[in-house]
Design a protein around this ligand. Structure first.
Ligand code: ZN
Length: 430
């Protein structure tokens, strides 16, 4: 057995407390063997965490990682015109190679900001999976399907691809890859397609992930046409189970919150995207109070514009207070919980907590910085003061992905160069 010991750090425990301890990892199994002040010293490899906080790897529960190539391409526009005028026409020009390069860029960014696990909706999924395999992260991936504006044959082809991709890649890459069927949303995919793909996915124990109630444009047409709220419609379609998870949930009413809580369906809060596209303020504290599983996600880099979960935590806390008109709402410990265990629960992947026997998905945050001094309350610092660039080491599945800020699994400068060239060629084509 190969072991790795993270030494001399302070460790964030699942109950939110912090203690001086070493962490011993089984590098072969990718699990945590021990967390204690007196861990045996003869590990095969050590990682210095002196002056650092050792925390669970962050879990980005809703992303479109390859959209890093569209970062800054179209800003300051509302959701539908942004999608229709800028994003979709540009995405139509993306080659599988572009998607691979964009994914690698996003994965380098995630590793460098302590994210070990994510959920991703996109297309050319085999190329996203290849990038994840190389980078060493854990993910739930899926092909985002859209049927509006397509004839029946093209619509079914897209839906069938989402199902085929989910079946093919579930459990791939030593189990680090899981999948979901990912119809884009309740308004961009027609009822018959949603009903059938959901039944097929669930028959194979594959969850369904989709955008829901992101803007009023995703609510009003459903209410007008069906005289029921979107999540009641989703429940009717069978898409609201404990395995399924939705992105956004901005415009949800009390009855929908009760439906989510009763069903155990996870909601992925994406505050930066919601603010940038002026989509609205999700009632996060209300959802937490109702017992809804709430995770945190960056959404794509075109609507954020980064994949830094520390940034996202700060946004979640700030926006949550505004939405509740209460400075005590969406407090720092709840936000850290959302970005770790909440996200992991929502997307149904292991991780999100440092526990003996649990997966060794870990971020080591360097506290020795002016903006983190004095180190009064480390949980509060993670949310309000720390930045992704404070992460010193990142591990996933017991493997060191970044040591002392150097990414070990991907060649950072080569990835950045390739992404620059691919983006420039893409904009020339569009
Ligand atoms: Zn999204």
């Amino acid at each position: 057995m190969n072991t790795l010991r993270i030494t001399d750090g302070q460790v964030l425990r699942p109950d939110g407390t912090v203690e001086d301890a070493d962490v011993l990892v089984d590098s072969d199994e990718g699990t945590i063997l021990d967390i204690a002040a007196d861990v045996e010293t003869d590990a095969d490899e050590t990682l210095d965490a002196d002056g650092c906080l050792v925390m669970p790897g962050l879990v980005n529960a809703h992303c479109h990682v390859s959209m890093t190539l569209l970062r800054g391409h179209a800003d300051d526009k509302p959701l539908m015109s942004w999608l229709q005028e800028d994003i979709w026409p540009t995405e139509a020009e993306l080659t599988p190679e572009d998607v691979r390069i964009g994914a690698e860029l996003g994965l380098v960014e995630m590793i460098k900001s302590g994210t070990t696990t994510f959920a991703d909706m996109y297309f050319h999924v085999p190329d996203v999976v290849a990038a994840i395999e190389e980078a060493g992260l854990r993910a739930r991936v899926g092909h985002g399907a859209v049927t509006i504006g397509k004839d029946d044959e093209d619509a079914w082809a897209d839906i069938d691809e989402s199902l085929a991709i989910a079946r093919e890649f579930d459990g791939a890459v030593d189990g680090r890859i899981r999948t979901a069927v990912m119809p884009h949303s309740l308004t961009t995919v027609g009822e018959e397609y949603l009903r059938e793909v959901t039944a097929d996915a669930h028959a194979d124990d594959i969850p369904v992930h989709y955008h829901a109630n992101e803007t009023t444009n995703e609510v009003d047409p459903i209410v007008d046409e069906r005289d029921e709220r979107p999540l009641a419609y989703a429940q009717d379609l069978g898409m609201l189970t404990a395995d399924d998870f939705v992105a956004h949930g901005v415009h949800v009413d009390d009855e929908e919150i009760a439906l989510l809580a009763a069903a155990g369906t996870g909601v992925v809060h994406c505050p930066a995207s919601n603010m940038k596209l002026a989509s609205g303020m999700a009632p996060v504290q209300k959802m937490l109070d109702a017992g809804v599983t709430v995770g945190l996600g960056t959404d794509g880099a075109a609507s954020n514009n980064d994949l830094d979960m520390f940034d996202e935590m700060r946004d979640a806390a700030m926006l949550g207070k505004l939405a509740s008109d209460d400075a005590s709402a969406v407090a720092a410990p709840d936000v850290v919980q959302m970005a770790t265990a909440g996200s992991a629960d929502a997307i149904g992947l292991p991780g999100g907590a440092l526990e003996v026997g649990g997966v060794a998905d870990i971020a080591v945050v360097d506290l020795d910085a002016p903006h983190l001094t004095p180190a009064n309350n480390l949980v509060s610092h993670l949310v309000y003061a720390a930045r992704g660039s404070d992460v010193r080491h990142t591990l996933c599945d017991g493997t060191v992905l970044m040591r002392d800020r150097e990414v070990l699994t991907l060649d950072e400068s080569a990835v950045v160069d390739r992404a620059r060239e691919a983006a420039s060629a893409l904009y020339d084509r569009v």
